[in-house]
Write a protein that binds this ligand. Structure first.
Ligand code: FUL
Length: 509
């Protein structure tokens, strides 16, 4: 084997079905850039950042669900005013198992409930306000939607996330910053101690004025430290340093979705347990380009900050009867799946239960149909059984003994490009490709394309920029026995954690 084209095959332990712990992740998810660092050194630092254990476990979930349910469900509003009478909350047929069963059957791995939206109405009988289910006619004030939601999640093996809106249009202390912060921390404590393991805490960025006209200043740092203490395995979303909002509610992530982006790390105490928590200042990351070379070489610090891509199955987040016929089409949802899971993101799809406390049949049928398409498509990988050649090396590798064993192909350290040729077991017809990097080594690939061999020449059929945890690309049908993945540019030596070739199976029922 020639030295410059040698590949190392590194065994990566099989974690695909289990949670990993902090000890199993080597390396940091943030790094300081010094004035002396050359551009190359900065690029190398970016390429070596890795997710935390929480971030990694979360990224592997791929497909998650949101449930917007509350007082707005009964007022036909998206943002309640905070003065709604709890007496209107009465979801007589509430069946959280119906929601969670639907998610389970759809391949969804985690569900997030709006325990409290901006209107301040709480779906659990909190001790800290009267504005909750305990003063509603539902179950004579003895009900707890959060409890029923969590129980159903446990029954079906779905992880639990909770949304607790910082903005509260009902609570009188809102705008009186220290007082409201204490109230918010008390509510967080209830949710994070009384309901078992919570895997995601969702922080909404909306921040209106208090009734008194005063602006509420949130004490984010104390919110984070309470969460770390009570639920150390949870990821925090949004106004926190674990998971970033992708920047749009359309369901479409960026063409180039870098998980490593700039951050101002001044004042960081790297010896603390959660160093980023102490300096993180919430903001939205909505620019089209967050992490290209241009952006990172100007940075003073970098951190690993993956994107969550949220959208609703209907136009609104909450249920509105008038939207019963505007459920997104399966085709549209398939596009968003490819543009979220397939662009290095986690897909968070919202389902709004109606006044009875049930998901509507339209929404259920649509998601079932999406699942049939995904199963039909991804159940047969034509790359299985193929023989792999790297950079025309004489040594052949077998797809099955690498990727089915969850190993990673790591290109020799001196190289930032590579050509992987795949000789399939048979000639096949396909129109989807899936690529994965080993993000526990770092996100590196910047530009790649795919060719097929037409008997005489290599012909390009797909191309892309970032890969990250997962990249999915669709293209016109290709019939071929030989294809190659050409990694044109990478930050340090690239890794390949998996590759798949599929045929889209669209069905209309
Ligand atoms: C936004 C909120 O204002 C919407 O009502 C919804 O909850 C969405 C997911 O986040 O910021």
């Amino acid at each position: 084997m020639k030295e410059n084209i040698k590949i190392l095959i590194v065994l990566v332990l099989v974690f695909c079905c289990s949670q990993i712990t902090a000890q199993q992740i080597n390396g940091k998810n943030f790094v300081l850039i010094s004035n002396e660092d050359s551009n190359e050194e900065i690029i190398a630092k970016a390429a070596n950042l890795v997710p935390t254990a929480q971030q990694y476990n979360w990224q592997k979930l791929e497909f998650t669900a949101f449930v917007h349910f509350g007082i707005n469900t009964f007022t036909n509003r998206e943002w309640g005013l905070g003065n709604e009478d709890p007496a209107i909350f009465n979801p007589e047929k509430l069946d959280t198992e119906q929601w969670i069963r639907t998610f389970k059957e759809a391949g969804i791995k985690l569900a997030i409930l709006t325990a409290k939206h901006h209107d301040g109405f709480c779906l659990w009988p909190t001790k800290y306000t009267e504005h909750s289910v305990k003063n509603s006619p539902w179950k004579n004030g003895n009900g707890d939607v959060v409890r029923e939601f969590v129980d159903a999640c446990r029954k079906y093996g779905i992880k639990v996330g909770l949304y607790l809106s910082p903005w509260d249009r009902n609570n009188k202390s809102y705008g009186d910053s220290p007082k409201y912060n204490e109230f918010y921390l008390n509510q967080l404590s209830e949710l994070l101690t009384n309901y078992g393991e919570i895997e995601e805490v969702w922080f909404d960025g909306a921040n209106g004025e208090g009734k008194n006209g005063k602006k509420q200043v949130y004490d984010w740092q104390s919110y984070y430290s309470l969460i770390r203490k009570l639920q150390p395995n949870a990821v925090t979303f949004g106004m926190s340093p674990d998971v970033r909002w992708v920047g749009t509610e359309t369901g479409y992530g960026r063409e180039s979705e870098w998980s490593v982006i700039p951050i101002d790390l001044s004042g960081i105490n790297i010896d603390s347990n959660y160093p980023l928590d102490e300096i993180y200042k919430p903001r939205d990351y909505v620019n089209y380009d967050l992490g290209s070379r241009d952006k990172i070489i100007k940075a003073t610090g970098l951190f690993y900050y993956p994107a969550e891509v949220n959208t609703s199955i209907r136009p609104g987040w909450f249920y509105h009867k008038s939207q019963d016929d505007s459920v997104k089409s399966v085709k549209e949802l398939l596009n968003t799946y490819f543009a979220s899971v397939g662009r290095n993101g986690v897909f968070l799809l919202n389902f709004p239960p109606n006044e009875n406390g049930l998901l509507s049949q339209n929404d259920i049928d649509t998601i079932k149909c999406l699942k049939r398409i995904l199963d039909g498509t991804f159940s047969k990988n034509f790359a299985e059984g193929s023989t792999i050649t790297l950079d025309s090396n004489e040594n052949k590798l077998s797809y099955n003994s690498i990727f089915e064993e969850h190993k990673t192909l790591i290109v020799n350290e001196n190289k930032s490009n590579a050509i992987f040729e795949f000789d399939l077991a048979n000639e096949e017809i396909f129109d989807v490709i899936m690529l994965q990097e080993n993000i526990r080594i770092g996100q590196r690939i910047e530009k790649f394309h795919l060719d097929f061999f037409d008997g005489n020449n290599w012909m390009k059929f797909a191309e892309g920029t970032t890969v990250g945890y997962k990249r999915l690309l669709r293209f016109n049908e290709i019939k071929a026995k030989k294809i190659r993945l050409v990694i044109e540019q990478s930050r340090l030596n690239p890794t390949i954690n998996n590759i798949g070739l599929y045929k889209l199976k669209i069905s209309n029922n």
